[in-house]
Design a protein around this ligand. Structure first.
Ligand code: KIV
Ligand code: NA
Length: 266
């Protein structure tokens, strides 16, 4: 499609074509990933870890996410742009979720919001959807609940947990969710959820059977020394950037930059 819309996601699933999603937190990366043909750009609350130097996503606020969401929405020409509802901005109930969602759509131009949880947030998904705000769900390991979950751990292991995860996925889908992210979920559980949902599943550490995949871009591009086991590093950009900075510093110190070509005449 010329512009990815909500209905295209379900169409891609129906045709068995994979959906691609990456995080983006600024205009620079949004432009690059949009031109690369990534279908969905997520202004994730992972900005807390990746860009703002926090240990978790918990301190991220709506005010933190407004400028990056605006930058990505302004820049993307083809991709669908989704922003995370940060911790504390939707859990209280449908009214709070709706107020936050409306603020993001009014002030940033994003196309959809994402929130974490299953049955416990089904009423929020319904209220946002009824107001015309598309919602992406997020199940399995949900980083905003890291204190309760005991850190990044696979979720949905064992028959009971797998059944609960399926019920949660059905609940958010029935409430109107346009897609569901599955994070750190056993391969067979993610496959089962993918099978029972009409809307697409987007996996991260959830195996090959999901209808799409999402990665945090800094993991995908190898910006940092450490990346999670479920991510693949498609470049070593951190190292490349470090080498570029060292070469620049050496040239400045040695007088090789700037040369005549970079100067202005009078
Ligand atoms: O914030 C984020 O980057 C996310 C993805 C990992 C799905 O929620
Ligand atoms: Na997130």
């Amino acid at each position: 499609p010329r512009r990815v819309r909500v209905h295209h996601l379900t169409e891609l699933k129906a045709r068995g074509e994979k959906i691609t999603m990456l995080t983006a937190y600024d205009a620079v990366t949004a432009q690059i990933f949009d031109a690369a043909g990534i279908d969905v750009l997520l202004v994730g609350d992972s900005i807390g870890n990746t860009m703002h130097g926090h240990p978790t996503t918990l301190p991220v606020t709506v005010d933190d996410l407004i400028p990056p969401a605006r930058a990505v929405a302004r820049t993307a020409r083809r991709a669908l742009v989704v922003v995370d509802l940060p911790f504390g901005s939707y859990e209280a109930g449908p009214e709070q979720a709706l107020a936050t969602g409306v603020r993001f759509l009014k002030e940033t131009g994003v196309n959809a919001v994402k929130l974490e949880g299953g049955r416990r947030v089904a009423a929020q998904v319904r209220a946002l959807t009824d107001a015309g705000i598309p919602v992406v769900g997020h199940l399995g390991y949900t980083p905003q609940s890291e204190n309760l979950l005991g850190g990044p751990r696979v979720q949905g292991r064992g028959d009971d947990a797998a059944e609960r995860l399926s019920e949660d996925a059905l609940a958010v889908a029935e409430a109107g969710a346009i897609a569901v992210v599955l994070e750190m979920v056993p391969v067979d559980v993610a496959a089962r959820v993918t099978e029972i949902l009409r809307v697409p599943t987007i996996g991260i550490g959830a195996g090959q059977q999901c209808d799409g995949q999402v990665l945090v871009w800094t993991d995908m591009a190898g910006m940092t020394d450490w990346s999670p086991r479920f991510a693949q590093r498609y470049a070593e950009l951190g190292e490349a950037l470090g080498r570029a900075a060292e070469a620049y510093a050496a040239d400045v110190r040695g007088g090789a930059f700037p040369d005549e070509a970079h100067g202005f005449t009078r």
